[in-house]
Design a protein around this ligand. Structure first.
Ligand code: NAD
Ligand code: DAU
Length: 355
């Protein structure tokens, strides 16, 4: 049993779901959440568990080697679940250096601290320690009409974001091969659900439809993504953290491919119904815009290894998950307004400093 776990990026979209799952499911474990609270991190995502006695928040940067080392010494972490990252492809096109810093240098900073503190060695398997790196299917590049990404698919990243994630994956494997650091990696497809920052396709479209603003669809909307409900991703992370084989990689996906334009049309139909609009009204907001540079055409994950070996499978059908997501955004208007205005971030930062 890994009793104290460091989760990085726990105030973000996926991280907050992972923190919530671990804090509530494992009351005997202590969860330390290290997060810099960038524009994407928000302590309001964790309000329901922030007072739990087995939870602690630390505001800080994973690139800060002194802080990271100090945290290892103080808590003697049994495990690390590393989610902190710059995660938005469009931002990586306008500012690649942020992605190099956090995704590459930040990851190596954490690997160094774990290696030093755990005294990793090729000569002996470290018992009860695990460095779990959360990665993305984008490292595999793009698919044509057929086929799916397997764990053995060669890396072929195209955006600065995916190149930085691919680089971090290589470093994680290098620390396993060279220093015997006990690691595991998972590569997941597109997530959706609550607490998703409204710069990404689904929450952005929900927010814009609600506010009668144009819904930007890149290119012709023909790109395909494989969508997974975020709580199913968190459950997969739990299973892999506890039962995954050291040194292994697991692909996680929803087996749920959607062309962007079909997905947006489905969302428009759900929004018409939820907002009491005439059928077809929301779809009038769809606006085709200039394509993303280097836009990968299709992602699809083969998650059969995870399903077969660790008995995980997605629990929700997409239409159900999407409706649940729309309901969450419509009944959490304050969250949406505040994350877009930056109000929550300011409020929680002040409150944190005051403690
Ligand atoms: P997110 O952008 O919502 O959250 C990232 C979190 O990391 C934020 O809380 C942010 O404050 C924190 N952070 C950023 N830089 C930091 C730094 N230098 N130090 C400490 N904290 C920092 O991201 P997400 O969508 O929740 O993604 C989480 C992880 O999962 C990422 O590693 C991402 O690559 C991966 N992933 C995401 C998806 C997806 O669909 N969103 C799919 C597969 C994999
Ligand atoms: O595949 C996993 C990846 O999924 C994660 O690693 C990334 O962190 C996550 O951001 C996500 O990347 P995508 O680029 O696929 O997600 P995004 O929501 O930005 O875009 C989804 C698709 O929708 C993509 O084909 C681009 C398109 N799009 C996006 C936006 C924001 C639009 O057509 N219009 C938009 O306004």
């Amino acid at each position: 049993m890994k009793t104290t776990i460091l989760i990085t990026g726990g105030a973000g979209f996926i991280g907050s779901h992972v923190v919530r799952l671990f804090v509530t499911k494992y009351p005997g474990c202590r969860i330390v959440n290290l997060d810099k609270l960038t524009y994407a991190g928000n302590l309001a995502n964790l309000r329901d568990i922030e007072k739990n006695s087995n939870y602690e928040f630390v505001k800080g940067d994973i690139c800060d080697a002194g802080l990271v080392q100090q945290l290892f010494e103080k808590h003697d972490f049994g495990g690390v679940i590393h989610l902190a990252a710059e995660s938005h492809v469009d931002r990586s096109i306008s500012n690649p250096m942020e992605f190099v810093n956090t995704n590459v240098i930040g990851t190596v900073t954490l690997l160094n601290a774990a290696k030093q503190h755990w005294k990793a060695s090729l000569a002996a398997v470290l018992k009860g320690r695990l460095f779990y790196h959360i990665s993305t299917d984008e490292v595999y590049g793009t698919l044509g009409k057929a086929g799916k990404f397997k764990e053995t698919t060669a890396y072929d990243p195209h955006s600065p974001y995916s190149a930085s994630k691919a680089s971090s994956d290589h470093f994680v494997r290098a620390y396993y091969d060279t220093f015997g650091l006990p690691v595991v990696i998972s590569n997941c497809s597109n997530n959706y659900g609550s607490y998703h920052f409204p710069e990404k396709l689904i929450p952005l479209a929900i927010n814009n439809i609600k506010n009668n603003k144009p819904v930007p669809v890149y290119g012709k909307g023909e790109n395909i993504r494989d969508w997974l409900f975020v709580e199913d991703h968190a459950k997969a992370i739990d299973v892999i953290f506890h039962k995954g084989k050291i040194g292994d990689t697991y692909n996680i996906g929803g087996n749920n491919e959607w062309k962007n334009i079909d997905l947006i049309n489905l969302l428009c139909r759900i929004m018409d119904q939820k907002l009491g609009r005439v059928k077809g009204e929301s779809a009038k907001l769809i606006t085709f815009v200039k394509d993303r540079a280097g836009h990968d055409l299709r992602y699809a994950i083969d998650s059969s290894k995870l399903q077969r070996k660790l008995k995980w499978k997605p629990s929700l059908k997409f239409e159900q998950g999407l409706e649940r997501t729309v309901d969450w955004y419509l009944s959490n208007e304050e969250w949406l307004t505040n994350v877009t205005s930056g109000e929550y971030k300011k409020y929680y930062e002040l409150q944190y400093v005051a403690r």
